[in-house]
Design a protein around this ligand. Sequence first.
Ligand code: NDP
Length: 680
Amino acid sequence: MVVTLQSYALGRWVGAGEGLVDIHSAVDGRVVARASSAGLDFEAMAVHARKVGGAALRAMTFHQRAERLKSLAQHLTAHKPALYELAGDTGATKRDNFVDIDGGIGTLFAYSSRGRRELPDEKLIVDGPVETLSKGGSFSGLHILTPLEGVAVHINAFNFPCWGMLEKFAPAILAGVPVIAKPATVTAYVAEAVARLIVESGLLPDGAFQFIAGSTGDLLDHLGGQDIVSFTGSAATAARLRAHKGLMERSVRFVAEQDSLNAALLGPDAQPGTPEFDLFVREVVNEMTAKTGQKCTAIRRILVPSGVEEAAISALCEKLSRVRMGDPRGGEKVMGPLVGLEQREDVRRQVAKLREEADIVFGDPDHCTADGVDTQKGAFMGPVLLKARDPKSAAHVHVTEAFGPVATLMAYEGLADAIDLVRKGEGSLVASLYTHDDGVAQEAILGIAPYHGRLHVLDRDCAGESTGHGSPLPMLVHGGPGRAGGGEELGGLRGVFHYMQRTAIQGSPARLAALTRSWVRGARTETQGEHPFRHDFETLAVGDTVETPRRRITLADIEHFADFTGDRFYAHMDEEAASANPFFPGRVAHGYLILSFAAGLFVDPAPGPLLANYGLDNLRFLKPVSPGDDIRVRLTVKNKRPAREPDYGEVRWDVEIFNQEDETVARYDLLTMSARPTAH
Ligand code: NDP
């Protein structure tokens, strides 16, 4: 059955009556779907996203949005088999689908979890520490991140219709920015099925997600400075979009992930017979054949030390000769077809270009055999391995992306030469390095890191658990400079921050404290009659403070502490040696003694709502404490955050320890758990 895909715009599904484009099965060429976005009011979609979706998302906290992402991930998980079934016609095997579908859903889970663990249950993020801007401490500054008030337009490539959409969607929604997703038309039927599940889940507010089946029409003409376009696809399209007059004139944020001639670099130490050589062979073949080489991260350039070419080619050919092609829906371990006949023609054209500088040592781009399928109707193509004749003077092999099961091997003379060759890719998403030598790894990493978004260093120690060269992970940056597009996605919260505006806020500590709901040094403190440890989580207020009396530190205290703990370090016990140390005036108190006495000064000992101390953050000893000095403590509620458990919350206290001259001798954050009233 041929389905006519629909777009989801302004809160309803709409189909187009005209301009329909046929979408063919990659496996047998039959028409499986039709798509067109004719008739959509793109300007109204952008307005709807900003006014309705954005406003609703921004009314939620990071935790609330993160919860929605988790529920959505669970909803999609329940419908995975249907998506797998549908994706067979794109040429994706079970393994490819695992990356695309499970990987996409996994990204939702990952962002949900990060949002709840690492972001506040608030509507803004404080980015970095408070900066004191004046001598008297009455004027300070800090940075905040707030969601952009525009729409995120996501233009995706054909190769990962599910993952490609969700890896952009998750960070945007977590940031609080509505999404208009536009998949590549040739695999849009899978993306449409995912979009339907998102909409049907009812988990997102109206306007938070819209979907275009077909072209983006005049959408880009209606974008402005609060909007963002995130693109994955070819360098040619990226260049066209980057040069869009409206986007340039209105400084619309533009993120691109485009062509990438990713390298695999076999270290000079990784000779045949070493585990690293075997890992290299396995990984290169894997990257050439997974998703039939249609991965932005696939290995395109294979660098081996001069003298190792023949051994490397022979090992690669042996493995490649075992690759079987066939119908990915058959359930057997096969390599599927390319996404379509046009794509196969494109790959053949690129191989022809590569052949101007390289010889084919394995495969034939024009002929292949595949089990039980018609290789003319289906877009089948076997793996093709080339060997560059003179990699240093070659141009095509470093910049021509044959987006299929194609890679070019090249020999290098020494590591410096290898680094130069890798750099000829002019910026890539990822490179893999196979070495068990720290010196090789160090030199290669420093040499090529500026040209990459990710480096995968594989050796015998990590191979068993490595996630592989080609897998972008939600917690690590995905993107690359130059030819790779100059963009950056994922990378944990970094990916969320791309959808937010960083703003420096200057003002009084009190104003900053009120804004961030977090006490700032210099802001007013509240010393209530009752000790704050007597207050439960709900009644504790940010700024509640205890000022303790003083306590003298004596030599007897220091010696007692040393005997008791066994810490007889010379700075505390040997006057002469301590005096010779440029940091100390003579014997000084242990830092841990100061911390312990500070606790002795500020705690309220009776049982009460304070349940436990679970750590210290940002501890600094700023001035030595000598025998005869006095210390006192100021303990202030810095901020509070509900815990996952309903019966307690987490409280962060600012602790500052002063000497008799009111100089700060130590400073840290104390982390405690305080009971919530329901627990009594
Ligand atoms: P394209 O650049 O042709 O398309 C990518 C996306 O951009 C698609 O959604 C496409 O939509 C859309 N698009 C195309 N033209 C415009 C436009 N003028 N305005 C707005 N959107 C537009 O890439 P493909 O996905 O077709 O892949 C082609 C080649 O790109 C591959 O052969 C490969 O070389 C490279 N590629 C590189 C990737 C990488 O990350 N390294 C990833 C994927 C592809 P539509 O499909 O409707 O035309």
